[in-house]
Design a protein around this ligand. Sequence first.
Ligand SMILES: Cc1cc2nc3c(=O)[nH]c(=O)nc-3n(C[C@H](O)[C@H](O)[C@H](O)COP(=O)(O)O)c2cc1C
Ligand code: SF4
Ligand code: SF4
Length: 262
Amino acid sequence: MEYRKVHLIYFSPTHTSAKTAYAIAEGMQPEILSESDITYGVPGSTVEIRGDELTVVAVPVYGGRVSETAMERLRVFSGLQAPVVPVVVYGNRDYEDALKELSDKLVAQGFVLVSAGAFIGEHSYSRKDMPIAAGRPDDTDHLKAAHFGHEVLAKLSGLSSLSELEPLEIKGNFPYKVKGQSTPQAPVTSEELCTQCEYCIDVCPVAAISIVDDRMFSDPATCIKCCACVKECPEGARTFDTPFTAMLHKNFSARREPELFI
Ligand SMILES: Cc1cc2nc3c(=O)[nH]c(=O)nc-3n(C[C@H](O)[C@H](O)[C@H](O)COP(=O)(O)O)c2cc1C
Ligand code: SF4
Ligand code: SF4
């Protein structure tokens, strides 16, 4: 089976999932490449994906599971027995049940599972003084992702029908890991540094930031702690202070490599 159309679907507040998806697509060398960036929202009605399109879905791991916002937004996609490659991107700690959770969801929504992968991206909580997988995906990750894309196409080209696919054994457990209760918290803004350019409002995927009493206000009840505003503020005025940063830097600095299920 030959696929000339590739469709990327990604939720990616700090861009590592998006970069990984594009690197995989590079290895597929499609004639037509389309994208559905669900970082800032989704269409109001169902999007049907036809069987002549190969779809790559890339999302971040939050707490060993798929980001809840991504899971919720993915509901609009209906795969009409279309082949899919689920991809999770995690910050060098672990992806636990996230890849299985994503794969199960896509199959339940009508997609056919071809291959899957877990890749590494700079941790949302990484800071200059306490780096965690800083700069990833890097050149090596990029090459591995592109090679993975190539291998997926090679696998499909050996088939005459998707029904010939063998069941894919993906790492992860069901029932999925139960996440701990999340403490409401959001980044804070330094009033000395902030110029009120409002860029953080634009990059927030859940509209948690607004101006209240002439100051930038981040609603802790809405914030998903993705750290997009922290990484993208041009003045470095946003900080997210969490004890997890030091713990992750200390315990999860040893480089992990992508795990591929082809
Ligand atoms: C709330 C939250 C929870 C996270 N949980 C994990 C985790 O369980 N394991 C891990 O390795 N990385 C974890 N990360 C890091 C992200 O998975 C990682 O930085 C990813 O590359 C972000 O993807 P994006 O750049 O597409 O937004 C977490 C990040 C956030 C914001
Ligand atoms: S992006 Fe930074 S400088 Fe601009 S309004 Fe937000 S906190 Fe202030
Ligand atoms: S306010 Fe929260 S949800 Fe919005 S960009 Fe910042 S960390 Fe992400």
